[in-house]
Design a protein around this ligand. Structure first.
Ligand SMILES: NC(=O)c1ccc[n+]([C@@H]2O[C@H](COP(=O)([O-])OP(=O)(O)OC[C@H]3O[C@@H](n4cnc5c(N)ncnc54)[C@H](O)[C@@H]3O)[C@@H](O)[C@H]2O)c1
Length: 255
């Protein structure tokens, strides 16, 4: 199995978080040269050490940058080009949450979440496209959420950005098909990442043992279980996949 991304260069945003780090490691295991982008320097140091320990000889470039700033996008692409000379895969994964009912939202919280969850994807994609088109068979994977489709109370801003990602994915797929760039979205369900361990104030073991309602597999996903479909979409094995939304949710019920 090793080598599914051999000779490919990939950027993963939010690369120091749960799903981003798992994706970065899996990409390295499969032979990619990987650029991990995150604003959390401490988390990135830990993730880089973990990946280098797990994948000796990993070709890894960590970048500590804030993707919510438009100018960052060009820096990421230029740094990638300087380090590895090309770009084949872009995983737009960085995301933040906002826990406010829509009746209480402020322009400040809208501005913040739109900048990270939606605009950063758009700006980085725009800057990356010339390099991606140049390869003739590139892949963009945008990380959305089951909650793009599955409404609930209390996280309206987040859910709107995740629905926007699905729309952006499909439009881009139409616009880029003739340029050899495939564009797909992955919608994770409940995935056990350090963010949720901190948020729920429980141990990882406690959460792993919990029964998850509303999901056929009755448990959280691991970040690696979400990274595998991302790997597949990034690889040439998915060469006939574009404009797709892949639910990686253990069979979550969508009304
Ligand atoms: N974990 C889940 O249950 C779940 C479910 C559905 C969708 N998702 C989505 O998957 C993605 C990853 O989720 P996760 O659980 O691994 O989250 P996480 O919080 O562990 O990771 C997100 C990473 O993005 C980084 N980030 C945030 N804002 C940034 C910015 N402005 N610039 C650079 N980096 C920034 C954070 O520092 C963090 O390392 C997110 O888009 C999230 O919305 C997660």
């Amino acid at each position: 199995m090793v080598g599914r991304l051999k000779d490919k260069v990939a950027i993963v945003t939010g690369g120091a978080g749960g799903i981003g780090a798992a994706t970065g490691q899996l990409f390295c295991e499969e032979g990619a040269w990987v650029v991990l982008v995150d604003r959390d320097a401490a988390a990135m140091t830990a993730v880089e050490a973990e990946i280098r320990a797990a994948v000796p000889g990993a070709e890894l470039l960590p970048l500590i940058l804030d993707v919510s700033e438009e100018a960052t996008a060009a820096v990421i692409v230029a740094s990638t080009k300087a380090a590895f000379g090309r770009l084949d895969v872009l995983v737009n994964n960085a995301g933040i949450r906002s826990y406010e009912p829509l009746a209480e939202v402020t322009s400040e919280t809208w501005r913040k979440i739109l900048a990270v969850n939606l605009l950063s994807h758009s700006y980085l994609t725009r800057e990356a496209l010339p390099e991606l088109r140049a390869t003739g068979r590139a892949s963009i994977i945008n990380i959305s959420s089951t909650h793009a489709l599955n409404s609930r109370a209390g996280m309206g801003q987040y859910d709107v950005t995740k629905a926007g990602i699905l729309s952006m994915t499909r439009t881009l797929a139409f616009e880029e098909a003739s340029h050899g760039v495939r564009v797909n979205a992955v919608c994770p369900g409940l995935t056990l990442t350090p963010f949720h361990v901190r948020r729920l104030d429980k141990t990882r073991q406690e959460l792993e043992a919990e029964e998850v309602e509303n999901c056929l597999l009755r448990r959280w996903a691991t970040a690696r279980e979400v990274a595998y479909p991302i790997l597949w979409l990034a690889s040439d094995e998915a060469s006939y996949m574009t404009a797709a939304t892949i639910m990686v949710d253990g069979g979550t019920r969508i009304p």
